[in-house]
Design a protein around this ligand. Sequence first.
Ligand SMILES: *Cc1c(COP(=O)(O)O)cnc(C)c1O
Length: 383
Amino acid sequence: MSWQQRMDQALGVQQEKGLFRQRQAHQQHQGRKITFDGRQYLNFSSNDYLGLSQHPALIAAWQQGAEQWGVGSCSSGHITGYSQQHQLFEQELADWLGFDRALLFISGYSANQAVISALGQKQDLLVADKLCHASMLEAAMHSPASLKRFHHNDTEALNRLLTPREMGETLLMTEGVFSMDGDSAPLATLAHQARQAGAWFMVDDAHGTGVVGDEGRGSCQAQQVTPDILVVTFGKAWGVSGAAVLCNQNTADYLVQYARHLIYSTMMPIAQAYTLRAALQVIRHADDLRARLQSNIQRFCQGAEALPFQRLPSNSAIQPLIMGENQMTTMLANRLREQGFWLTAIRPPTVPLGSARLRITLSASHNEEDIDRLLETLYDAAS
Ligand SMILES: *Cc1c(COP(=O)(O)O)cnc(C)c1O
């Protein structure tokens, strides 16, 4: 079969399964509103949990940064792309989170890939929660190390996998707040299990950073855990983009030698690092935004009890409503759009087969009326 025939066939399969993915370009995106085809919707699909993507201090920092240093970093950090602003932000982040070092990456995807591919060698074992993000699981699958996955948040199932091994190292991987289910990992128990087994513990806190813990330090701080490796991303609550790996001195030095995603990729723009420094200051003092988000979450959860949908034990900004079937989920999402709400249907393979869902994400920029109207509309759409 030619590439062309293979593609035609693969596209046909997506269509038949009701899984054909299409991106839609919006015209405007401001705070809680988003405009598609000239129509404005209330956005319940954004990861901008604190509304920082439009924060005046961040916009000003980005503008000042661009004026001062231009818009591109012009090379890999290993050549001339690494600036004082990157270095300052890494230090501030490491100090804030209580690690020796922080290393900046252009995305969470590349940070996870970099860590896992740099660490995993032939006799090693990677142990991951089944619901870990694709960026971790894919890197683990491509690693020469072997991969075992355990049932979501099931510490007993994990115990059975963490048996003593004669050779090789073990890395236990999980997320702080799970991106598709919205629940949290029992980090203290997992860290204890890892320590008992002589394994390293890695936490991807893409959805916890900025949102939970003192000053928004994230899931690990909230649960009083210091993992060996912490990945934080700046595209969600931070409202920007990029990521960092937090670790000890040696691990950072090792990654600087061996993390290919760091070595062979252009450093994030200086203006972006400068903006992230500003974002850190905003986040540290954003208890009001975090409180507003929490109150929106509570309001939603209370109201959602009356909905005839399966829910998950989430008390985060991520509130999935499980429909199961793909077509049904898309239909409901469309019905909500007709009513002016922008929600995304999340379907396999992003989530397990038969667990297609509406993934509702709440933000500090929503107001009480937005939440109530969403609940009413969901209620009507279901009946
Ligand atoms: C979004 C996300 C990533 C990827 O981060 P990007 O910076 O968007 O590449 C990684 N892990 C988790 C859990 C995520 O939700």
